[in-house]
Write a protein of this length. Structure first.
Length: 111
């Protein structure tokens, strides 16, 4: 008898926006508001100026809310990684570099 695997849950990709971010110590940057039907987002960090591998500090700090501000103590997302977050329609994501690197946070609304 063969093995049976359940299908992995999947979502459709919706609107995408790129949010440029500053190095640690700079100002936090915000996205625009998420859509009226957005309850999950997909984020990925890319950038330049990150420390050479293995760079365990390379990435960005994010915060989600109605008027969020990312800081050195908010959620860490490593560079070249993908993460998913639950959100409420109309919220935004804020981003700030975790070290001396600057870059871009790719934010995709999932449905």
């Amino acid at each position: 008898m063969g093995l049976v695997f359940d299908k992995n849950p999947a979502s459709r990709c919706g609107a995408t926006q790129n949010v440029a971010f500053n190095a640690s110590g700079g100002a936090s940057s915000q996205s625009t508001n998420f859509g009226a039907q957005t309850y999950q987002i997909r984020v990925a960090v890319s950038g330049t100026g990150f420390a050479a591998a293995p760079a365990f500090t390379a990435g960005a700090r994010v915060a989600i809310g109605d008027n969020p501000t990312a800081s050195a103590t908010t959620t860490f997302v490593p560079v070249q990684c993908i993460d998913y977050f639950a959100v409420t329609p109309g919220q935004k994501i804020a981003v700030l570099g975790n070290d001396a690197g600057t870059g871009t946070l790719s934010v995709t609304e999932m449905s």
